[in-house]
Design a protein around this ligand. Structure first.
Ligand SMILES: NC(=O)c1ccc[n+]([C@@H]2O[C@H](COP(=O)([O-])OP(=O)(O)OC[C@H]3O[C@@H](n4cnc5c(N)ncnc54)[C@H](O)[C@@H]3O)[C@@H](O)[C@H]2O)c1
Length: 436
């Protein structure tokens, strides 16, 4: 099938490439000329395991193309995925201008029946709004062309995006069109397994499933982060509590890790957006506003912990290991490092940071005040304290004797609970995790 992804970021690039790998002809469209140029040369702007190989293979086979030419791309496509960003406005509401702009272009250029699919995370009612925008554009052109708008939210996780796309837990398709259902069943056939079938539902249900899923996961994290403070007060270990809770099959063990707060381009934005939607309908979203508040408080909780050991941070050297919002991605959007580094810079601390993949993005973000080391050990040279913000595997089993030699003072604030407190004590570190 001839597919078009409008927006070639994490979602558009990964899903477009994976659809090409299934044998479809895919065009990824973007307004960012530099990005498109790089992609056409096989340079991938994001780090995602396995993606580079897939892009190279499908570019070579001619099944994958990158372009800025919206008119040609829209005319040639049978199925159009809208994969543009929906970033938060200052009040938390999703900024839908990119989605609406994409819908406008579709109405402006379409010349035959199209299935228009929203993969972007969008508020309930967006499918209806997109229909209206496309109809208005067609009316301006005096054209009567059929189209269907479908909500097909994307659930891929950064860091495992290719794998998630190829082996999804679920494929949710919101549409009332039998024609769209039939075509999309065929499109998804290679990856929809009998045990985990496609769920067909209404556009509105599909739109809400995505927000509700992210809000639920964020709630679990904030719940554990809330309890972590109690654990610290009473001398309990949040990891043991989480393990005990997770053995209950009704609860399960995933997303029960206390830490330094969730980040990324989805959870913070989607929690705020769904709270804002509830408020638009006249409900006060006490739960989700608190989930968000707890997360922000959690991000801010590490530096005060550090100050118990180092009351004055001015001119103290702080090593930071981990900048991405989670391992196996280079994405630093809303990552705890942004809050923590800002707090440290305000106290005039010197920062030495390292991340296996997110250095380029971090360098663009933190223009001043951060020394970017080439290795984790280099970041630790002369450090008064170490703060761990991302649980990359390479930080899990370091040479602690070497670390002790490199650091000036032996203080570790472990924002991801990757070390064992009693072992750290034995090794001679002043160690503080989260909720332990
Ligand atoms: N990142 C994730 O893990 C993830 C997972 C599931 C869903 N989502 C949702 O998917 C959407 C996209 O997220 P993302 O992380 O891929 O965003 P992104 O910012 O990485 O990519 C968006 C891309 O769209 C391009 N764009 C904007 N307007 C355009 C237009 N009119 N025409 C062509 N291109 C245009 C931008 O230049 C950018 O390259 C968001 O709604 C997000 O919430 C993201």
């Amino acid at each position: 099938m001839k597919l078009l992804a409008i927006g070639s970021g994490y979602v558009g690039l990964v899903s477009g490439t994976c659809f090409a790998d299934l044998g479809n002809d895919v065009v990824c469209l973007d307004i960012d000329k530099k990005k498109v140029e790089s992609l056409n040369n096989g340079i991938i702007p994001i780090y995602e395991s396995g993606l580079k190989e897939l892009v190279e293979r499908n570019l070579k086979l001619g099944r994958l193309k990158f372009t800025t030419d919206a008119e040609k791309a829209i005319k040639e496509a049978e199925i159009i995925f809208i994969c543009v960003g929906t970033p938060p406005k200052s009040n938390g509401e999703a900024d839908m201008s990119y989605v609406y702009k994409a819908a406008e272009s579709i109405g402006k250029y379409m010349n035959s029946y199209k299935i228009v699919i929203t993969k972007s995370t969008v508020p309930v009612g967006t499918a209806e709004k997109i229909k209206r925008i496309i109809r208005a554009e067609l009316k301006k052109r005096n054209k009567k062309i059929g189209f269907d708008v479908v909500s097909n939210p994307e659930f891929l996780r950064e860091g495992a995006a290719v794998k998630d796309f190829q082996n999804p837990d679920r494929i949710i398709i919101g549409t009332s069109s039998e024609k769209a259902k039939e075509i999309l069943t065929k499109l998804y056939k290679p990856i929809s397994r009998a045990t985990k079938p496609i769920m067909f539902t209404t556009e509105k249900n599909a739109e809400l499933v995505k927000y509700a899923s992210n809000a639920m996961l964020a709630t679990r994290i904030s719940f554990m982060n809330e309890l972590s403070h109690l654990c610290e007060e009473i001398g309990a270990d949040i990891k043991a509590v989480a393990k005990g809770m997770g053995l209950d099959t009704r609860i399960g063990s995933r997303f029960l890790q206390a830490g330094c707060g969730y980040g990324g381009s989805c959870f913070p934005k989607d929690v705020k957006a769904i709270a804002q939607i509830l408020e638009q309908y006249g409900f006060t979203s006490n739960l989700l506003r608190t989930v968000d508040y707890i997360n922000e408080r959690q991000k801010r909780s590490l530096v005060p912990k550090l100050k118990r050991f180092l009351p004055k941070l001015e001119d103290k050297t702080i090593a930071i290991l981990g900048l991405s919002f989670k391992p196996r991605t280079d994405d630093i959007r809303e990552a705890p490092c942004i809050t923590v580094i800002d707090q440290l810079l305000k106290e005039y601390a010197k920062i030495r940071a390292y991340d296996p993949e997110a250095m380029d993005n971090a360098k663009k973000f933190f223009r001043k005040g951060v020394f970017f080391a080439k290795t984790a050990y280099e970041a630790l040279e002369g450090a008064d304290a170490l703060i761990i913000l991302t649980e990359w595997d390479e930080f899990r089993e370091p040479d602690f004797e070497k670390i002790k030699q490199l650091m000036k003072q032996h203080i570790i604030i472990d924002g991801r609970n990757i070390y064992d407190p009693s072992e750290m004590k034995k090794l001679g570190f002043k160690y503080f995790g989260v909720g332990r």
